[in-house]
Design a protein around this ligand. Structure first.
Ligand code: C2E
Ligand code: CA
Ligand code: CA
Ligand code: CA
Length: 281
């Protein structure tokens, strides 16, 4: 048994080393990417389900890689979070998203100018410098704090402590709004809502996926929408792909939605086009 164990260990070792080298390389490339400006943002409209108006845009980062093309955040955000590289990357996202949305708000002729929604990782919510970065990004862009929505995932909220609570309160005092991302994907969603001052619930895509075929799912989402109404929160349904889903969600009082049915994430120039078209109606 001992020998077998040894053999197994030997067999595994080279592979582990390769994985470590790959991670190392990816880490080095990520550092380079920040300094060389290889990141780029795409914006997905958040739409009023009843009117089709664009209420805001969610900023979604991509890595413009010389060999692999546009790399999806799922491929590098988790590693960047582990290594702490998410801090400079997150600051970059914040600054560019604020600047881009300031530009979009300028050309928007709609009565309600669009906001920008930015994903903030656990690591950033833990950093002492985050509040300063938010203020810096708003100042540099000349953006009103109310035009910034910060997304916090449910998993972060489940590990709340005094420091996180204080940081969020400071953001709110500043006038920045807070959204719970992937709402409903965790196990104690209702618990933190009791005491945590959020403004927006983003209903996880998994609730939306089979809503047109599953009456229990409809009841669940209806419950979330009622709860949000009672607490004075806005609701955004994520990942809407079919007209039937839109109709159902609008029918049960869900005001906002996002998804490929309306638009995939787009460049800021395309966002400008969308606003111009709608403003010209
Ligand atoms: P998320 O915040 O839940 O963002 C929603 C994801 O679903 C996006 O993927 C979006 O493109 C995709 N999506 C939108 N509508 C639909 C739809 O109708 N159907 C389907 N199948 N997908 C849809 P994306 O852009 O690849 O981002 C993946 C995740 O990466 C995000 O999930 C977010 O957790 C993370 N992420 C993206 N940008 C940032 C960032 O700047 N900072 C941080 N910390 N995380 C980011
Ligand atoms: Ca998000
Ligand atoms: Ca989400
Ligand atoms: Ca997600």
């Amino acid at each position: 048994a001992k020998a077998a164990g040894k053999r197994q260990w030997r067999r595994f070792r080279p592979q582990q080393r390769i994985r470590r080298v790959e991670r190392h390389e990816l880490q080095a490339r990520l550092n380079e990417a920040v300094s060389r400006g290889q990141f780029t943002l795409r914006y997905q409209p958040v739409v009023d389900l009843a009117t089709g108006d664009v209420a805001g845009f969610e900023a979604l980062v991509r890595w413009r890689h010389s060999r692999y093309g546009l790399v999806s955040p799922d491929q590098f955000i988790p590693l960047a979070e582990e290594t702490g590289q998410i801090s400079p990357l997150g600051a970059w996202v914040l600054h560019h998203a604020a600047a881009d949305i300031a530009r979009l708000r300028h050309i928007s002729r709609a009565s309600a100018a669009p906001y920008v929604s930015v994903n903030v990782s656990a690591h950033q919510w833990r950093g002492a410098e985050f509040l300063g970065e938010v203020c810096g990004a708003l100042d540099a862009a000349g953006l009103a704090p109310g035009a910034l929505l910060l997304e916090i995932t449910e998993s972060v909220l489940m590990q709340r402590d005094r420091e996180l609570d204080r940081l969020v309160r400071e953001m709110k005092d500043l006038g920045v709004r807070i959204a719970v991302d992937d709402f409903g994907s965790g196990f104690s969603s209702l618990r933190y809502l009791r005491e945590f001052p959020v403004d927006v619930l983003k209903i996880d895509k998994t609730f939306v996926d089979d809503i047109a075929y599953n009456t229990r799912q409809v009841a669940l989402v209806q419950g979330i929408v009622h709860l949000a109404d009672t607490l004075g929160l806005e609701v955004i349904a994520e990942g809407i792909e079919e007209p039937a889903q839109q109709e159902l969600l609008a029918g049960i009082g869900c005001r906002f939605g996002q998804g490929y049915l309306f638009a995939t994430p787009m460049t800021v120039e395309q966002g400008e086009e969308v606003l111009r078209r709608r403003g010209g109606d």
